[in-house]
Design a binder for this molecule. Structure first.
Ligand code: UDP
Ligand code: MN
Length: 335
């Protein structure tokens, strides 16, 4: 068994859809290494069972756990809770080296060579290239490092309130100390057009190894036609249409069958789709629900752990109160 692992994190069943597609993308790319996922208690049992099918390690982590000294210290800084969750990856000391991947990344080519790099290797962030983007990084698990970063977090916080600010403060010499720790951009290409140098995207697209759906529009939120198995991409993602379709192809081929109505949020809804079959009215209603969910997601900040479940509850309540008509559905779909 390899001593190296790819590591991701999911705090709810919706992000778990990303984690499942990511795992299959790693397997398709023929990785020789293990897969590990950190899950918080808010991930359903049904989803954990499916994650276990593809991940060698499904490790539960608590956002704030009073049994734990480091976490106790963080209780005085509750805003760092989500950030802290990602830091748990340093506790996976059964592995010699790991690469963390956000659940909204998609591996397009084998990247096993990343394990030759040292901690902390990462690619520049498109918005501020002297900072690294924390969606993909190479690290060495160590309880000592975990404690040091946690202590640092308690003392200094994070300049952006998230893990990226914190890790850039902690690994402060990343931009100048060692060029080998600068991963080429192809290991973490931001797909969203506003962040993207489009002519370069076109020129180098065949070289992209890991695509990152950073920003609000995640692939699972886009309008998907279950009958034709095609995804509709907004203009901001038009240049990456085939790559987003690739995410959905993996979803249809390898993930959809494993979903169940025991799962929360979008995962539970997607389990009800009959992919490739003619849409029933019920199915159409689900697609309308998803469209509406996409639309609503653009209006609110959904970065909190359970927000999708909340949106989902709200949508379900609305629909139960007043069944949607097709003309209303059309309006929702075009917004
Ligand atoms: N994440 C999660 N649940 C959330 C938000 C984030 O599990 O509600 C995890 C997930 O692995 C995600 C990562 O934290 O990929 C970073 O968040 P995100 O990718 O949404 O940030 P972005 O890359 O858009 O800045
Ligand atoms: Mn991300």
């Amino acid at each position: 068994m390899s001593k190296f692992a790819w590591v991701t994190l999911t705090t709810n069943d919706t992000y778990s859809l990303g984690a499942l597609v990511l795992a299959h993308s790693l397997k398709r790319a023929g990785t020789a290494h293990q897969l590990a996922v950190l899950v918080t208690p808010t991930v359903s049992e049904a989803m954990r069972d499916r994650l276990k099918d593809v991940y060698n390690v499904v490790q539960e982590v608590n956002v704030l756990d009073s049994q734990d000294a480091a976490n106790l210290a963080l209780l005085s800084r509750p805003e760092l809770g989500v950030t802290f969750t990602k830091l748990h990856c340093w506790r996976l000391v059964q592995f010699e080296k790991c690469v963390f991947l956000d659940a909204d990344t998609l591996v397009l080519k084998n990247c096993d060579e990343l394990f030759e790099r040292e901690e902390l290797s990462a690619a520049p962030d498109v918005s501020w290239p002297d900072c690294f983007n924390s969606g993909v990084f190479v690290f060495t698990p160590s309880v000592e490092t975990f404690n040091k970063i946690t202590e640092y977090a308690v003392q200094h916080g994070s300049f952006d309130g998230g893990d990226q600010g914190l890790l850039n403060q902690y690994f402060a010499d990343w931009s100048t100390a060692d060029i080998k720790k600068h991963l080429p951009f192809v290991y973490n290409v931001t797909a969203y057009a506003s962040y993207c140098y489009l002519p370069a995207f076109k020129q180098f697209r065949d070289k992209i190894k890991i695509l990152h759906f950073a920003g609000k529009l995640k692939p699972w939120l886009l309008q998907f036609n279950s009958e034709t198995k095609t995804v509709s991409t907004p203009t901001d993602y038009a240049h990456a249409q085939d790559l987003i379709q690739h995410w959905w192809n993996i979803f249809c081929d390898s993930v959809h069958d494993s979903l169940s109505d025991q799962m929360a949020g979008l995962a539970g809804a997607l389990s009800q789709l009959r992919i490739g079959a003619q849409r029933t009215p019920e199915q159409e209603q689900y697609e309308n629900l998803m469209r509406r969910q996409c639309w609503e997601s653009g209006q609110i900040d959904y970065s909190g752990a359970d927000s999708f479940d909340n949106i989902w509850k709200k949508i379900t309540q609305t629909l139960e109160a007043k069944p949607e008509t097709s003309s209303e559905a059309d309006q929702t779909g075009s917004s």
